[in-house]
Design a protein around this ligand. Structure first.
Ligand code: GDP
Ligand code: IMO
Ligand code: MG
Length: 436
């Protein structure tokens, strides 16, 4: 103990990579527990930018145990490319351990993801087309190929044949695609196996050992609460559970091993891909906020949709995740707006207002934000390092959020770099804050 879970409290891209990197300074182990290379976690340190997709955001701290847990889906090509890239940049990757039980994204998963989106046409989810959904589907159908299968040619080939058999019809249009050739695919994946063999381990045991020794373990979520397949805006979600409870399943620890849950949220909202977004801002003002916040995806480069902070959704995230602390990032992006809107209720059909996150898809699709207006601030806050240095209106904005959601704000982001943060008094005494 202690175990700290870091999750996205919105639709992803809240700044989880940056917060995990900060925590990793003192943590002994950093564990990814779900998602795959649909994630793009950015770390900015000493003017250098790091974009990680599969690698836990602790990898820049030499010697730390960095685990890719059983709940992650791994594209081994991306993994080995990422390893090569890190080594090229002189990063010590010896602390990496990969769960033997993690599932592999296969070439047919990527093709099916792509084809599925095209078939949906206007109804498409806007996936990252990385094969995430089809891979988790195979996992549930018990047709998945796992990391451990890479170490045995016979088993690997047998499992590929079994996995492809029921997909014959949907893969027919790709009959000539060289990536689907059984022999070539088997050889390619055996090569990946050979390359990552040294990292494959029983990661659940490694993580529990650290917890038993009283060391600090950080569980790094990918995506965000509203993209959760059970609790998000289904079907416009990812195919895993990015919420805190999933850390136990995806890392192989028990619920009692988690001591704190930190929800990361921007000071406003963004979403990539399709689906309901009640506080979305379109038009020129939306463009301005997008530019100011540099809201273009880390993984696909797509322009992110932007909106006001949605406190109805954030309160829901606090409930679903048992949040113990909030980290509010990108507060600096809101400098210079005369007034700021925060969504405290939703307005549904016939102007009916309600203050809870609706469980019914139709209700959510017809909801728009109803707002409270709060005064903005003019000052550049990127050099502030204590709460006292923030303009009063910025402090009041944070207080409003914290009071509404009933979770203390423990960390504030005022710029992309790792030192551009403020640790607050409210978070004092938490394990996470002890890292300041
Ligand atoms: P993640 O997927 O949750 O790790 O977030 P991303 O890395 O995809 O997106 C967050 C973006 O915001 C990255 O480009 C970060 O460098 C940047 N960022 C993080 N915190 C702050 C902050 O407090 N202020 C500003 N201006 N940028 C930030
Ligand atoms: P990080 O970890 C933001 C979105 C996609 C799409 C939906 C389903 O960087 O916060 P998928 O490829 O997962 O089947 O796509 O989920 N999505 C993300 N949005 N940040 C992410 O990760 C995302 N990962 C997936 O845009 O709407
Ligand atoms: Mg991201």
């Amino acid at each position: 103990m202690p175990g700290i879970v870091i999750i996205g409290a919105q639709w992803g891209d809240e700044g989880k990579g940056k917060v995990t990197d900060l925590f990793a300074e003192r943590a002994d182990a950093i564990v990814r527990f779900q998602g795959g290379n649909n994630a793009g976690h950015t770390i900015v340190r000493d003017g250098e930018i790091w974009k990680l997709h599969l690698m836990p955001s602790g990898i820049l701290h030499p010697g730390k145990l960095c685990v890719i847990g059983n709940g992650v889906v791994i594209d081994p090509k991306i993994l080995t490319d990422e390893l090569d890239d890190l080594r090229r940049r002189n990063v010590d990757t010896s602390g990496l351990r990969i769960s033997a039980n993690a599932h592999l994204i296969m070439p047919y998963h990527m093709l099916l993801d792509h084809a599925g989106e095209i078939k949906l046409g206007k109804l498409q989810i806007g996936t990252t087309r990385r094969g995430i959904g089809p891979c988790y589907a195979d996992k549930a159908a018990r047709l998945g190929i796992r990391v451990q299968d890479l170490l045995d040619e016979k088993i690997l080939k047998k499992k590929i044949v079994a996995a492809m058999e029921p997909k014959r019809l949907s893969l027919r249009e790709f009959a000539r695609d060289p990536s689907l050739d059984l022999q070539a695919m088997t050889e390619e994946y055996l090569t990946y196996g050979h390359r990552i063999k040294q990292y494959i381990a029983d990661t659940s045991r490694l993580v529990l050992e650290r917890l038993d020794e009283g060391e600090l373990v950080v569980f790094e979520g990918a995506q965000g609460t509203l993209l959760d397949i059970d609790h998000g805006t289904y079907p416009f979600v990812t195919s895993s559970n990015p919420i805190a409870g999933s850390a136990t399943i995806g890392a192989g620890v028990g619920p009692k091993d988690i001591d704190e849950v930190w929800g990361i949220t921007k000071a406003y909202s963004t979403r990539v891909g399709s689906g309901p977004f009640p506080t979305e801002i379109e038009g020129a003002f939306g463009d301005e906020l997008r530019e100011r916040g540099a809201e273009f995806g880390t993984t696909t480069g797509r322009a992110r949709r932007v909106g006001w902070l949605d406190l109805v959704a954030l309160k829901y995230a606090a409930r679903i995740n048992s949040l113990t602390a909030l980290a509010i990032t990108k507060l600096d992006v809101l400098s210079g707006f005369k007034t700021l809107q925060v969504c405290t209720r939703y307005r549904g059909p016939e102007d009916v207002e309600f203050d809870h996150f609706p469980y019914h898809q139709t209700a959510l699709h017809h909801s728009t934000g109803a707002y409270e207006e709060l005064p903005g601030w003019e000052e550049d806050i990127s050099r502030c390092r204590t709460e006292d240095e923030l303009p009063k209106n910025a402090r009041d904005y944070l207080q409003y959020v914290s009071d509404f959601v009933k979770v203390p704000v423990a960390l504030i982001g005022v710029g992309p770099a790792r030192d551009e943060v403020i640790w607050t008094q409210a978070g004092a005494g938490m394990y996470g804050s002890a890292l300041a």
